[in-house]
Design a protein around this ligand. Structure first.
Ligand SMILES: [Zn+2]
Length: 227
């Protein structure tokens, strides 16, 4: 939500809510602001979010999950579907708080023929039955590619996506025609090193997150840009 000269009360309320949620994410240690961070792409930014830390505080995750559940409460939901460990923790909290008492299932991420894909463990196949109403849950949506895979998976089973609930969504991501509710919608400003205002001011560059990634095994490397 960019700063506009005139704001209606709903926009102000959304902004306040977003600030509260950013504070919560800051308290988990996942969200870093007012920093000067080197990204894996080589760009510099002032903000960074560590995906793996987002769901480490159970009471925060439960509270955030309940807000997402409340938003989708008017719609009946049979199944909450996610993929990835962080999203699964959050999806449990969303399902627990949703009045329809949906079941929780997860897809597993993998590669097939060099392409990323999400598949459903065979035990879950009967739960994702034709006509089932499915709420997708993600922790961070940075490109929307995982969501597209989940939507395809739901549609292959003849089920319907009721909506998408997430903690953080890059404002620029297009989630198609599905209703999306994100606690935070925000893009990081990123700069080429040559044009970076923080470099110009001589602020020390934080290379911690890139260094940490290069210490992981290639198979375990998280690609935040492809989430
Ligand atoms: Zn810089």
């Amino acid at each position: 939500m960019s700063a506009a000269p005139k704001k209606d009360p709903a926009a102000v309320e959304a902004e306040v809510r977003e600030k509260i949620h950013l504070e919560i994410l800051k308290r988990t240690g996942a969200y870093h602001a007012n920093d000067h961070v080197l990204l894996p792409s080589g760009h510099h930014t002032t903000e960074y979010i560590e995906k793996t830390l987002v769901t480490t505080e159970p009471s925060f995750t439960e509270g955030l999950g309940a807000v997402i559940a409340k938003h989708f409460a008017p719609w009946p939901v049979d199944v909450v579907l996610s993929t990835g460990p962080g999203a699964l923790i959050l999806s449990h909290c969303v399902a627990r708080a949703h009045p329809s008492r949906p079941v929780v299932v997860y897809g597993t991420k993998g590669l097939s023929g060099g392409k990323r894909r999400v598949s459903l463990p065979v035990e879950f196949q009967r739960l994702l039955r034709p006509g089932a109403k499915v709420l997708l849950v993600e922790d961070l949506v940075s490109t929307g590619s995982t969501l597209s895979l989940l939507i395809d998976l739901v549609e292959q089973h003849g089920a319907h996506v009721v909506g998408i609930g997430c903690l953080w969504r890059r404002t620029s991501v297009d989630c198609g025609s599905k209703p999306v509710f994100s606690l935070v919608s925000r893009d990081f400003p990123t700069y080429d090193p040559e044009d970076c205002p923080l470099c110009k001011k001589g602020v020390a560059l934080n290379e911690e997150f890139v260094r940490r990634r290069s210490h992981r095994k290639p198979s375990a490397v998280q690609e935040p840009k492809r989430g």
